[in-house]
Design a protein around this ligand. Structure first.
Ligand code: NAG
Length: 217
């Protein structure tokens, strides 16, 4: 440090310059710093913009896929027939079966439903009913409830030519209809009312006491 005390100008040439001769160096240094700052700002702006786009995409996917509340599916599976008595002379039937009721909840939140009734029909006439107790289908799952049902053609009025024809073919065609009301809970707090409808048709083969076909809409 002793040398610098002798001739500071050798070490700090700019320090001698009072008339702006070397001002350009200062300016270029400053603009270099400014340029660097500007570049950094742009870089950050790009990062933030990219992140915002990413966020919007995440929110969109969340809103469209996760938060979308769909109607649960309310179906009946293949009946397990326990007894089936038919009379072809005086067309009639009586049967008892276990109906596997399925409530499929595809939402990302549980579906809590009220008790409801499923009507079993023959030719549009209610021949028996099943009571579905109120319960809950967990998120992305199917609630299975087995209900015992008794049906009788006694509810059909008078002679039923349709039934006579079916019994001679050894078939009974039934319908099952129901509607349940309930609520889907999203994110633990958001509740949305959703109802589910059952509309199924099935053909029962009398001889084997099995379900030949089952179709739900
Ligand atoms: C079931 O039948 C009853 C009459 O017995 C009727 O009031 C009700 O609306 C029916 N429900 C469905 C879902 O068809």
């Amino acid at each position: 440090m002793a040398d610098s005390a002798k001739n500071p100008a050798e070490y700090y040439p700019q320090a001698l310059n009072g008339n702006g001769f070397h001002g350009g160096d200062h300016e270029s240094l400053r603009s270099l710093v400014e340029e660097e700052k500007r570049r950094k700002r742009i870089k950050w702006a790009v990062y933030i913009a990219a992140f915002s786009v990413f966020q919007v995409m995440v929110i969109l996917v969340f809103a469209l896929v996760v938060m979308k509340v769909r109607s649960p599916k309310f179906r009946v599976g293949e009946l397990q027939i326990q007894t089936l008595d038919t009379n072809r002379a005086a067309p009639s039937f009586d049967m008892r079966f276990v109906a596997p009721i399925r409530i499929k909840n595809t939402n990302f939140g549980p579906y809590k439903f009220d008790a409801s009734t499923v009507n079993f029909t023959y030719g549009g006439v209610v021949v028996g009913q099943a009571v579905i107790p109120g319960s809950k289908a967990n998120f992305k799952s199917t609630k299975k409830i087995n209900v015992e049902v008794s049906l009788s053609s006694r509810a059909l009025s008078g002679a039923n030519s349709g039934l006579e024809a079916e019994l001679s073919k050894g078939v009974i065609t039934l319908g099952s209809h129901g509607k349940m009301n309930g609520k889907v809970t999203m994110m633990l707090v958001m509740k949305k009312k959703k109802s589910a409808e059952m509309n199924c048709n099935m053909e029962i083969e009398v001889a084997s006491r099995t379900v030949k076909s089952l179709e739900c809409k």
